[in-house]
Design a protein around this ligand. Structure first.
Ligand SMILES: O=P(O)(O)OC[C@H]1O[C@H](OP(=O)(O)OP(=O)(O)O)[C@H](O)[C@@H]1O
Ligand SMILES: O=C(O)c1cc(=O)[nH]c(=O)[nH]1
Ligand SMILES: [Mg+2]
Length: 192
């Protein structure tokens, strides 16, 4: 599956939103990929995650013990991708603002792959890696459906992206006038 096909699925689902969005990193963007509008469709999610699982299989030699999804956006793609890989899916969720593995125990040395929905700055993946490494896990790779940095972000482990789609994002104090003229909304769950 190539980037055009992935974006086609997002467009078909009405998931490519235009406006003024506050991203989880604090950056502002005129485009927001509302992945929930894709993940509400099991058939679309299956197609995307089956293709992502194939990429992961090719890129990651050896055993994978767990797929880990950062909640909330990573829950559904991590689960569906894990189904195609034939390994269990677990998740990290925020507690007091920080990602924690609240519901599961993993043995030190467990080999894990993080599966995210969207990557912009890679901040959420780096936070997930910190949480997992503190538990003794070995993060062998991270993966995502769409990398909005188009390969520019460095998360410290190999990042496997099903699609790369470079989207503008600006610091809040450096907004272009056309964006500053639109009220901003924050769709994600950080700080809620
Ligand atoms: O690469 P980054 O700059 O970290 O941006 C990408 C992250 O932003 C979104 O999560 P968000 O915290 O908005 O909440 P959600 O998972 O509930 O959508 C998305 O699900 C990624 O986790
Ligand atoms: O950077 C983000 O927070 C982000 C961007 C995007 O397009 N979609 C999303 O869910 N989060
Ligand atoms: Mg998220």
């Amino acid at each position: 599956m190539n980037t055009d096909e992935v974006l086609g699925i997002f467009r078909e689902a009405g998931a490519v939103l235009e406006g003024h969005f506050i991203l989880t990193s604090g950056l502002r963007s005129p485009i927001f990929l509302q992945k929930a509008r894709v993940f509400m469709h099991a058939d679309k999610t299956e197609r995307l995650c089956k293709a992502l699982a194939e990429r992961i299989r090719k890129a990651v030699p050896g055993k994978i013990d767990y797929v880990v999804g950062p909640a909330i956006g990573g829950l559904i793609p991590a689960y569906e991708t894990s189904r195609h890989l034939g390994v269990p899916a677990i998740w990290v969720e925020r507690e007091g603002g920080e990602f924690r593995l609240r519901r599961f125990e993993i043995a030190p040395g467990s080999r894990v792959v993080i599966v995210e929905d969207i990557v912009t700055t890679g901040l959420s993946i780096r936070e997930t890696i910190d949480c997992l490494r503190a538990l003794g896990a070995e993060v062998v790779a991270a993966a995502c459906i769409i990398d909005r940095s188009a390969g520019k972000t460095n998360v410290g482990v190999p990042l496997i992206a099903l699609a790369e789609y470079e989207v503008p994002a600006y610091p809040a104090d450096r907004l272009p006038p056309e964006l500053a003229a639109i009220p901003a909304i924050k769709p994600g769950s950080r700080n809620i």
